[in-house]
Ligand binder design. Sequence first.
Ligand code: COA
Length: 186
Amino acid sequence: MYAISLGDDGAELRPLEPWQAQEFLAHVDRGREFIGQHNGLPDVITDLASSRAFLQTYAEKAAADTGRLCGIWWDGTLVGAVCLRTMDVGQGNAEAGCWLEPAGVGKGLVTRAVRALIDWAVKERGIHRVEWWVSAENEPSKAVARRLGMTKDGVLRESFLYRGKRHDEEIWSVLAPQWRAAGRAS
Ligand SMILES: CC(C)(COP(=O)(O)OP(=O)(O)OC[C@H]1O[C@@H](n2cnc3c(N)ncnc32)[C@H](O)[C@@H]1OP(=O)(O)O)[C@@H](O)C(=O)NCCC(=O)NCCS
């Protein structure tokens, strides 16, 4: 219905809603193995019903103003998504997340998309702190946090039980004054 351009290469950020459950399932199927390395999404999206239920959860978060989900389209194909998994406008805190299928990797799509989402959260919604929770072993995701100018706040040792193994989880964040200053600098 509407799209935000992420650059002159045709990449777009668009709403991702329950009616797109089939397209979303096909995207997760293409990225199932890659996304599942550090992220439990593929275990949640297993069929059309669970795909629709996941998108419905985000539709409800959007309606309640407690989260957001946007898809990333590359050359007309849904190749990834960025989200505010949580958003507490009263407290001014949010947590961003992301994933890509392999065809979307290495193009800066997530960095550009999360930038647009944080810009909206900070500048339009008054969010003060945006967090990025990441498995300590997920180097590509930590690189995104660094590219976004986030700071590593700390490590939750062995807090993340994933596929039978406990992992350290890092929390990175950026604060609104830093975000605005970095925007002015660039
Ligand atoms: C985390 C994840 C999204 C990172 O993907 P990514 O493609 O490396 O990240 P970006 O979209 O920001 O792209 C950055 C890459 O594009 C390159 N790039 C090209 N144009 C760029 C641009 N305009 N801006 C930024 N980077 C650009 C960068 O150099 C970098 O490549 P490099 O790692 O070879 O140096 C991906 O690994 C993934 O989906 N993993 C599985 C799910 C997951 O773990 N999600 C995160 C849970 S916390």
